[in-house]
Design a protein around this ligand. Structure first.
Ligand code: NZQ
Ligand code: ZN
Length: 391
């Protein structure tokens, strides 16, 4: 089976990378930029005022819209599209984490395609084009700074959280300054670390043949993230640890970790998690720490050696087959606990009612229209069993 690696984003990495923002925008001929950001962190750190000054000095006009919330909302995307049309915006600059970047990507779609932008997220239409998006990253987690993905929550109708995947939305440039992540609260580093790991783990559990170089890269990335996540928590000024985590965020989700595999990966944990964070507004990484153990326990007998190999390369587990797989799952759970993550719904104070369970299953199956996964194909009743195991 063919696989493709497409990473068009121009990455500038290192302390002070954000100082290149006006040069990058000018190189792309940006005339009017929408600076898009979240709550207060980028203002408080002084990053936004730096950006404003750099653009002014370069003579690049801009308008601003902040207020992106974690699990970014469709209503703000619509507001930004309106502003963008009125102001003739031809470039969007995302200053923040995955939520801000995903919101910027949705705005880019909305500005260059006619019709309802939500169509792209509920699978009705495929985006053909976008207004370019540039990124100053402040949080290592989602990999959205290089990924083909954008995830939006529909706060206008049913709180559906849906992703749109297209090469069209890969950012034109990404400025990665690890020092910008020193101000993150512990919790964001913890959930970010889980998310970075999971983007490679989802690709690890593909449905067939792979190649050793990709397996070795994947294991090295997970092992590194496992150590650097904890190091960042211990030493908030460790440039090396924050830099490793930041680059791992991009590498884990830009497609490199899937090249040569039979197909893109499993992704059931992500889909089951998106329904959880859509319904309960929990952090994506925390939801993954809840779902992955339950999913693993449910599917590992499909191919125990695949789990055991991961455990061998990442944790040094000696056992093979089912024993090795079980130990691997235990090690991941123990690690998530070290990160103070919930590893069950109860840990996150979520008690699923019967009607909430049915709603999750309706949404996860697209109301009976899809299965999930590749390592093991999941039908509705399999998904129920996984949510049950997660309780
Ligand atoms: O809003 P502000 O005040 O900026 O605070 C943010 C926010 O509260 C804060 N923060 C960000 N940078 C900071 C900072 N606080 C202090 N110092 C800094 N340097 O962090 C909080 C969380 O931000 P958010 O952007 O929501 O986090 P994350 O990057 O984890 O993004 C999560 C979203 O991305 C989606 C998730 O589902 C979720 O909606 N994903 C996107 C993907 C993609 N596009 O490729 C892939 C992922 O699998 C994921 O689904
Ligand atoms: Zn993720």
């Amino acid at each position: 089976m063919l696989s493709q690696y497409y990473a068009p984003t121009r990455v500038t990495f290192g302390e002070g990378a954000e100082m290149k923002v006006a040069d990058e925008l000018a190189a792309d001929g940006a005339a009017k930029v929408l600076i898009h950001y979240g709550g207060s962190s980028a203002e408080k750190s002084g990053l936004l005022s730096k950006v404003r000054e750099l653009l002014k000095n370069k003579g690049i006009a801009f308008v601003e819209l902040g207020g992106v919330k974690p699990n970014p909302r469709l209503s703000l995307v619509r507001k930004a599209i309106e502003i963008g049309k009125k102001e003739n915006v031809d470039y969007i600059l995302a200053v923040g984490g995955g939520s801000v970047i995903d919101s910027a990507k949705a705005i880019g779609y909305g500005l260059s395609n006619s019709g309802d932008v939500w169509d792209f997220y509920c699978g009705k239409r495929v985006p053909q084009d976008t207004v370019k998006v540039g990124v100053i990253l402040t949080l290592s987690a989602t990999g959205s700074e290089m990924s083909d993905s954008s995830v939006i929550t529909n706060d206008e109708d049913g709180w559906l959280k849906r992703g749109c995947n297209s090469n069209v939305c890969r950012p034109a440039f990404a400025l990665l300054d690890p020092c910008l992540t020193y101000t993150l609260p512990d919790y964001q580093i913890e959930v970010g670390t889980v998310d970075i790991m999971m983007h490679t783990i989802e690709r690890w559990f593909h449905s067939g043949n792979g190649i050793d170089i990709t397996d070795d890269l994947a294991a090295a990335l997970i092992k590194n993230v496992k150590e650097k996540g904890l190091e960042c928590l211990k030493d908030r000024n460790s440039y090396e640890a924050h830099a490793s985590l930041m680059w791992a965020s991009s590498l884990s989700h830009n497609g490199l970790m899937a090249l040569g595999n039979d197909q893109r990966g499993d992704w059931a944990c992500h889909q089951l998690e998106h329904e959880l964070s859509g319904m309960f507004d929990i952090a994506h990484g925390a939801g993954l720490a809840i779902i992955f153990p339950a999913w693993s326990k449910y599917v590992y007998k499909t191919n125990p050696e695949r789990f055991a190999k991961l455990g061998r390369l990442v944790f040094g587990i000696k056992e093979e087959g089912e024993k090795g797989a079980e130990k691997t799952i235990e090690e991941f759970i123990a690690y998530f606990k070290k990160l103070n993550m919930p590893t069950s719904l109860a840990d996150a104070d979520i008690i699923l009612s019967d009607s909430q369970m049915e709603e999750l299953l309706d949404k996860a199956t697209f109301y009976g229209k899809r299965t999930l996964g590749a390592f093991k194909i999941l039908e509705r009743e399999d998904m129920r069993a996984i949510y049950e195991l997660a309780k």
